[in-house]
Design a protein around this ligand. Structure first.
Ligand code: UGA
Length: 435
């Protein structure tokens, strides 16, 4: 099949490369010329494990093409995906649909023959209707259907999530469009991946409800972790104990410094806004949003307490800055609350992150960015793990203790056990586990 992917951000690029790997012919379009030139040279603008090889292999095989010019390819496409950004509109919590609308307007006059237009960007309920109206207005004679096909990719694991998903959701009232999308996902169908075909509005809501539910799970376990701290219980064992109940499930029950990233914070706000607009508020989600914001800030108090009540004139080594490992994405990362919070209280910050430092430099000022974990720890009073990169999971803890003046080691991701730290000389603090 011939596929056009409009938008080469995270979702567009990963989905485009994976569809090409399924054997389809994919053209990825972006209006950013520099980005397209770089992609054509084989440079990948984001860090995502395995994406460079996937792009190189499929571009080399002629199945994956990058261009700024939609004119010819849109007319030849069976399926056109809209995968442009939907940031939070300033002040309102609403998703900003300017880019989605502009793409619909631009592609309308280019359509030839029957085409399925698919929104892959995370868009509020009813956006498919708007896209359809825009196209209809600008190309009254075009033969097309608009479908919703939300993505459930996690940064850092996106290729695996695309190729081995728990389900594929297709939202359309048109059987012809559903058939076309089933054909597109045929390689997954052969692996017995459930393809859930729903109405368009239902599919749009499934995406928000999924992300909001996962955010609620994290918010829940984080508050349980605080309770564990107070009552002397162990949150990891609580998570395991409840997660083995299949009705609850063990995933997304890792306590930590609060969720970040480009999705949960934005999508929970957008869902909340839509729900209020329709007079059906999602108060549980509203509570989790507030709880998560509070949580990120409260990590500063936790670190201060671990340092004996003050961080004034202390040097803190921060390990990990991105919102999660295996990405260079800093959006809404807990580090953006923690680092300035500590600086405000008089701490000096040294930091190391395997992939995030380039972006971090523009966001976090007056930080000494270091070569590696040990360089970062050298001469600091205390250390804090904010992101659970694999390379922080097997530090030589005796060496760590030797480098830290006050030997305070705060593990906000619970990647070490007390037994591992025992005997190293470190004063170990974690989240929701008894001291
Ligand atoms: C999330 C969803 O997991 C994907 O299914 C979805 O497609 C994506 O949003 C999206 O809408 O595009 P992502 O934001 O890449 O993916 O990363 P997650 O692995 O979900 O982590 C989000 C945040 O939650 C991170 O800050 C992570 O550290 C935190 N988290 C996650 C926890 O604190 N505890 C957990 O148990 C799991």
């Amino acid at each position: 099949m011939r596929v056009v992917m409009i938008g080469t951000g995270y979702v567009g690029l990963v989905s485009g490369a994976c569809f090409a790997d399924f054997g389809h012919h994919v053209t990825c379009i972006d209006n950013n010329e520099d980005k397209i030139e770089r992609l054509n040279r084989g440079e990948i603008p984001i860090y995502e494990p395995g994406l460079d090889d996937l792009v190189a292999a499929n571009a080399g095989a002629g199945r994956l093409v990058f261009t700024t010019d939609p004119k010819k390819v849109v007319g030849e496409a069976d399926v056109v995906f809209i995968a442009v950004g939907t940031p939070t509109r300033r002040g309102s919590g609403h998703a900003d649909l300017r880019f989605v609308h502009a793409v619909a307007e631009e592609l309308a006059p280019l359509l030839k023959g029957y085409t399925v237009i698919v929104t892959k960007s995370t868009v509020p309920v009813g956006t498919g209707d708007e896209v359809e109206q825009i196209i209809r207005k600008h190309a009254p004679k075009a033969r097309f259907d608009v479908a919703s096909n939300p993505e459930f990719l996690r940064e850092g694991a996106a290729i695996n999530d695309f190729k081995r998903p728990d389900r594929v959701v297709v939202g359309t009232e048109s059987e012809k469009a559903a058939e076309q999308l089933r054909a597109l996902y045929r390689p997954l169908f052969l692996n017995e991946t459930p393809i859930v075909v729903t109405s368009r509005r239902t599919a749009e809501l499934i995406k928000y409800a999924s992300n909001a539910f996962l955010a609620v799970k994290i918010g829940f376990i984080n508050e349980i972790a605080d309770l564990c701290d107070k009552v002397g219980a162990d949150v990891q064992q609580v998570a395991r104990g409840i997660g083995l109940d299949k009705r609850i499930g063990g995933k997304f029950l890792h306590a930590g410094p609060g969720y970040g990233g480009s999705c949960f914070p934005k999508d929970t706000l957008a869902l909340s806004k839509t729900a209020r607009d329709y007079d059906a508020p999602v108060t549980i989600v509203d509570t989790v949003v507030r709880s998560n914001n509070r949580r990120k800030r409260s990590m500063v108090d936790r670190i201060v307490a671990a340092c004996g009540g003050s961080v004034k004139d202390k040097t803190i080594a921060v390990l990990g800055l991105t919102f999660k490992p295996n990405t260079d994405d800093m959006r809404e990362s807990p580090s953006l609350a923690i680092v300035p919070g500590l600086q405000k209280l008089g701490a000096t910050i040294r930091a190391y992150d395997p992939e995030g430092m380039e972006e971090a430099r523009t966001l976090l000022k007056k930080v000494a960015y270091c070569q590696d974990a040990y360089d970062c720890l050298d001469g600091a009073d205390a250390a804090v793990i904010i992101t659970e990169w694999d390379q922080f999971r097997a530090l030589d803890l005796k060496r760590v203790a030797g480098l830290l003046k006050d030997k305070v080691f705060v593990d906000l991701r619970n990647i070490y056990t007390r037994e591992e730290v025992q005997g190293t000389g470190l004063k170990y603090h974690s989240v929701g586990r008894p001291g």
